[in-house]
Design a protein around this ligand. Structure first.
Ligand code: SF4
Length: 653
């Protein structure tokens, strides 16, 4: 194995149709595309054609870690899966971001990425061990749950291997099927269904040593110590034991000894990621949406119990995205209340929503594509189409139509997020988090929460430093939002190449410093210590800009019609933001000069949004009229090969 600083040195290419396994040198991609999403976008651009569908053999599924994977204390061992997604309407290139330890193990086992293409005649799994890779027969695993497959493969290859597997939902190509990896890490967009279409049940990765080499180990150690000091008490997610789900979980459970902190490999500090043990001894991940998606419905059946946890575990076993299942439940419930569906009509006990019986029947029928489950497996948008106009009406004003999932952190409240949503194939969570996290901290300060330090003054300084102007985080105006969106997107694309966790980075706020504002140059310092490539912040950000534009070129090539499709759902412009049921019903936000403003009742101002879009296109070097990338922008970003291919594909210019 050729081991260069930060990289394993090789990319594994697997053709399932031919049974061929080939090793490619990483160095061809590393300079311009760094890792993770950058590698995936470049590989996809070079090897995919827009006419290929998600389940076609030509659809490449790309698994990629980054140069920081395997190093301790950096929260940089996350990994990505990219390819054409069956879950986006219409199908588009998309991405999913995973935690846990599988990505680091892939690096230890000798690879920076794995490209899967073709379709196997019979079920197989891919075994990668210490630089060697082979396809193995997997008929005995087909139809089994993702968690069960993980245990079975550990039984065969040893407990230390790391497994990314699919469950029956993936085997049967339900569009919301997930890949479930070690430590129950998962990511959305239906890539489990793509694995199923390829008859690939799992990828197991084993290693006898955990070897990563940094260009400057002393400097790296110094930076890791510095990061540890900065993280201490800084972020709200690191501060309290389990704040993120405090709205859902009763007080007595928050300190339950059965809820144990469980961090991703190489994280260094952790967040609310935890493992929960139910009364019946079953254990599993307890984090974010996965922890609480069935909590509200399960409260409807009485006292707090383990049902919400079993619901999450069922989804993991069957290999389903909880965000999509939560949407289906919400929609079915509305349809039930409107008299559109009944238990008898759909063969699922919707009248018992909140019970284990309901979720168990729903998950099994959908995953096995039995009865009405076969319709639900197409996703909520297509299922509503089949049920008719009354059922479609139940999706109005709360669903993000491109993905058929709820619409988090929407632009009626956060304004800037509108530019992120319009340019991305899915809800771009890391971009949304960059805006939302500082606002949460500011809201804590407004409410005089003990230890809160992100004051009005800090918000203004942080806004200027990380988003380009003080106006950026002033939500009484549309000024400064275009620049903020560009800066945060370029930064996030760097993060997605380095696979830095967005719960931990970019450390915009710091508790133990005079101005409480973080250091923008920290990612480039870490990158330099690991890879030996010294770069100013702007230089690293321009790599993010390159990859963002490469993804834009992919989307344009696949049918996104530039400015015409850079729009928000109609209800953003017409339906006022409703009151919420949480602790901030009026959607409080920072305004000008320390003023608190309320976004409740607001819509996106169409005219101002279009003006903001003009400004954004100008900053991006895109054509104002069409929203296509200008030739000289591609040249400037070092995407000459895209400029050449663009002519071949003639994407609507
Ligand atoms: S902050 Fe949480 S999600 Fe992120 S790497 Fe650490 S443990 Fe994983």
């Amino acid at each position: 194995m050729s081991n260069t600083y930060g990289y394993a040195g090789s990319i594994l290419q697997v053709d399932l149709s031919q049974g061929d396994l080939v090793s490619l040198p990483t160095k061809e991609y590393a300079d311009r595309f760094v890792g993770g999403r950058g590698f995936a976008a470049k590989i996809y651009w070079d090897s995919s054609a827009p006419e290929h569908k998600a389940y076609d053999p030509q659809n490449r599924l790309i698994f990629a870690n980054g140069p920081l994977a395997g190093f301790p204390g950096l929260a940089g061992s996350r990994w990505q899966v990219c390819g054409k997604s069956p879950g986006i309407i219409p199908e588009f290139f998309s991405y999913a971001n995973f935690g846990g330890s599988w990505g680091a193990w892939l690096k230890f086992a000798g690879y920076d990425a794995v490209i899967i293409e073709g379709i196997s005649d019979t079920p197989v799994y891919l075994l990668i061990q210490d630089g060697k890779a082979e396809l193995k027969e997997a008929s005995f695993l087909w139809g089994k749950g993702a968690l069960e497959v993980r245990e079975m493969l550990k039984g065969i290859h040893g407990k230390s291997i790391r497994v990314a597997a699919i469950g029956p939902a993936g085997d049967n190509k339900a569009v919301m099927a997930n890949i479930i990896a070690e430590d129950d890490s998962s990511g959305s967009c239906g890539f489990g269904a793509v694995m199923g279409s390829k008859k690939l049940k799992a990828i197991a990765v084993g290693t006898s040593e955990r070897n990563v080499i940094a260009a400057n180990p002393e400097k790296l150690q110094e930076l890791i110590r510095h990061i540890r000091r900065l993280k201490k008490d800084s972020r709200f997610i690191f501060a309290g034991p389990h704040r993120m789900w405090s709205a859902y979980v009763p007080e007595n459970l928050k300190l339950n000894p059965k809820l144990k902190k469980s961090t991703c490999y190489g994280c260094g500090s952790g967040c609310t990621r935890a493992t929960y043990e139910a009364e019946n001894g079953q254990k599993g991940k307890y984090l974010c949406v996965a922890a609480v998606f069935y909590a509200d419905p399960s409260k409807q059946i009485g006292a707090w119990n383990d049902v919400h946890f079993h619901a999450s575990r069922l989804c993991n076993e069957y290999g389903l995205d909880v965000f999509s299942i939560a949407t289906i439940i919400g929609w079915l419930h509305k349809c039930y209340r409107a008299g559109i569906v009944t238990d008898e009509k759909i063969g699922i006990p919707i009248s018992k929503i909140g019970s284990l019986e309901f979720i168990d029947t729903l998950v099994k029928q959908l995953s096995l594509r039995q009865g009405f489950g076969d319709v639900l497996a197409l996703g909520v948008m297509r299922a509503a189409d089949k049920l008719g106009s009354a059922a479609k009406k139940q999706l109005e004003n709360w669903i993000y139509p491109r993905t058929g999932t709820p619409y988090p952190y929407q632009p009626r409240k956060f304004i800037i997020t509108g530019l992120s949503f319009m340019t991305e194939p899915r809800a771009p969570m890391p971009q949304l988090h960059e805006i939302v996290f500082p606002i949460h901290l500011w809201w804590d300060w407004c409410n005089k929460i003990e230890g809160a330090y992100v004051s009005d003054e800090v918000i203004r300084s942080l806004s200027k430093k990380f988003f380009g102007s003080e106006d950026a985080l002033d939500f009484s105006t549309y000024e400064g939002k275009a620049l903020a969106a560009k800066q945060l997107q370029d930064r996030v694309y760097v993060k997605e190449c380095l696979n830095l966790c967005d719960f931990a980075w970019p450390m915009m706020d710091v508790k133990h410093s005079q101005d409480h504002v973080g250091d923008r140059s920290l990612p480039s310092k870490v990158f330099a210590a690991v890879t030996g490539r010294e770069m100013e912040v702007q230089e690293l950000d321009s790599i993010g800009e390159r990859i963002f534009n490469l993804q834009r070129a992919i989307l344009l090539r696949e049918g996104h019609e530039g400015r015409k499709d850079d729009v928000l759902p109609e209800f953003d412009y017409t339906v006022p933001l409703p009151k919420t049921s949480g602790s901030d019903p009026k959607s409080s936000m920072p305004g000008k000069n320390g003023e608190v403003i309320y976004r409740q009742g607001m819509v996106v101002d169409r005219e101002k949004f279009e003006k903001m879009k003009d400004e954004y296109y100008q900053l991006r070097g895109w054509d104002l009229k069409t929203g296509y990338i200008q030739e000289d922008t591609l040249q400037k970003l070092g995407l000459e090969d895209v400029a050449v291919q663009k002519k071949v594909y003639k994407y609507r210019e």
